[in-house]
Ligand binder design. Structure first.
Ligand code: SF4
Length: 432
């Protein structure tokens, strides 16, 4: 047995980097994952090296070399190729995926476009008053969780980063914090909050905007209750608490970003946090889902200037969600090839997008034979990041974290395969 101390769990955006893994090296499996939550344990314990070919080309087993050559053919010959996924791989692999997309004049998009894409748009419009999770742990005495259910989606967020831990300026931990949950239904997280605001569906924007008005001393019409289900008295009480806080944080999830209003909802939350700084210190942070979706945002942003949905076909980056986001490109039948990394759009895109994806040549990198890998022209079997592959990921607060893998895989990493594809494409273009 081998013990890896302070390994990093890449299952969710908390990216907990304090997990002690016990590894049965002979069996290539993890038998203990100290400090991991129930989701993290499932991530580690269900990881097995599958006995699959290195790659499938047209459904037939193939070597990596053959598959890389075919992948380079597909991507080089496409007119409107799209690169998609990227939130469950390392930043090193993400960087190469952007480079490939640049060489082939394609569109690079990530799973952000179907989760916190509206927040990405809002950041560009309003800006972001931000901080690290360490600051929240050490300072936050007023927490608002909005449109999320961390108790079930990010179990250690409460215990390690926000609600429960003792911090330098909140020495009694939970006792020193007030927690508010805003949601359209009573989830498990509601039990952990001091105040639960059950708002009417599709009224997030109105609630946030009313709080903004109260923050700035603008009168709010009592009829707000009919629209939102929350009375003016309740909102005033919340605002009084927010103003009394020494350090407040609004942590918002997809219940906010993927309902009516979308990026306007995120803008309202970001503007509320900004306005609250007239009274005390306030921040707003999105709760990110996939292990390295924040890395995808960062890498695509520092490479192209925009976080997702970026077209590189004109030799310079163009950002236009709705036009250059993958589900739209596929549903309109515009993409003529796809490079999909560590994602399974065949399981969650709309029918029109899936129908089109099944008809175009595609290159898929995935440790599992996903639904997308099953319809791929070239499907690479890859090693799993974090468990078999070292590298860098970003926690949901934009802090980069190194990976400490548990054991080796017989399969190549996304980075190695993408690097080889990039070299083939680059060599061809430079020789032409
Ligand atoms: Fe893993 Fe997320 Fe659980 Fe942390 S909270 S152990 S990152 S699943």
């Amino acid at each position: 047995l081998n013990v890896i101390q302070d390994a990093t769990c890449t299952f969710c955006g908390c990216v907990c980097d304090d997990i002690d893994l016990t590894v049965d090296v002979a069996e290539s499996k993890i038998v203990e994952a100290k400090r991991a939550c129930v989701l993290g344990k499932a991530w580690f314990f269900n990881h097995h090296i599958e006995d699959r070919p290195e790659a499938l080309v047209d459904g037939e087993p193939a070597t990596y070399d053959v598959a890389i050559e075919r992948a380079a053919d597909i991507l080089s010959n496409a007119v409107m190729p799209v690169t998609y996924g990227l939130s469950d791989t390392t930043c090193e692999a993400q960087r190469v995926a952007v480079a490939i997309t640049d060489w082939i004049g394609g569109t690079v998009d990530t799973t952000t476009s179907v989760c916190h894409g509206p927040s990405g748009i809002a950041f560009q419009g309003v800006g972001e008053v931000t901080c690290s999770l360490g600051e929240i742990k050490n300072r936050a005495d007023y927490l608002i969780y909005w449109g999320g259910n961390p108790a079930e989606s990010h179990p250690r967020h409460f215990t390690k980063y926000s609600l429960m831990p003792k911090g330098d300026f909140v020495p009694r931990g939970r006792k020193d914090r007030t927690a508010v949950l805003v949601d359209v239904r009573k989830t498990k997280s509601a039990k952990a909050a001091d105040i639960f605001l059950q708002i009417k569906p599709r009224s997030d924007f109105e609630v946030a905007w009313a709080l903004r008005a109260l923050c700035r001393g603008v009168p709010v019409d009592p009829s707000i209750e009919q629209k939102t289900g929350i009375s003016l008295e309740q909102l005033t009480e919340i605002m009084d608490g927010m103003k009394r806080a020494r350090f407040g944080a609004i942590l918002f999830g997809m219940g906010l970003t993927m309902t009516r209003g979308k990026h306007l909802n995120s803008e309202a939350i970001l503007a509320l946090a900004r306005d609250m700084n007239q009274h005390s210190r306030w921040v707003a942070k999105p709760m990110r889902g996939h292990g390295n979706v924040t890395g995808a945002d960062n890498v695509v942003s520092w490479s192209t200037g925009y976080p997702f949905g970026v077209h590189l076909g004109r030799g310079y980056p163009r950002f236009n969600p709705g036009e250059f986001t993958t589900t739209d490109l596929l549903a309109r039948g515009e993409a003529d090839a796809a490079l999909i990394i560590a994602s399974d759009p065949m399981s969650n895109f709309c029918q029109a997008a899936r129908d089109h994806l099944a008809t175009i040549p595609s290159v898929v990198l995935d440790p599992k034979l996903s639904e997308t890998a099953k319809v791929a022209t070239v499907a690479f079997t890859t090693a799993t990041y974090g468990i078999n592959v070292p590298g860098t990921v970003y926690r949901m607060d934009d802090v980069p974290i190194p990976l400490r893998p548990a054991f080796e895989s017989p399969y190549k990493s996304d980075f190695e395969i993408l690097k080889a594809i990039e070299k083939r494409i680059r060599d061809r273009q430079l020789a032409a």
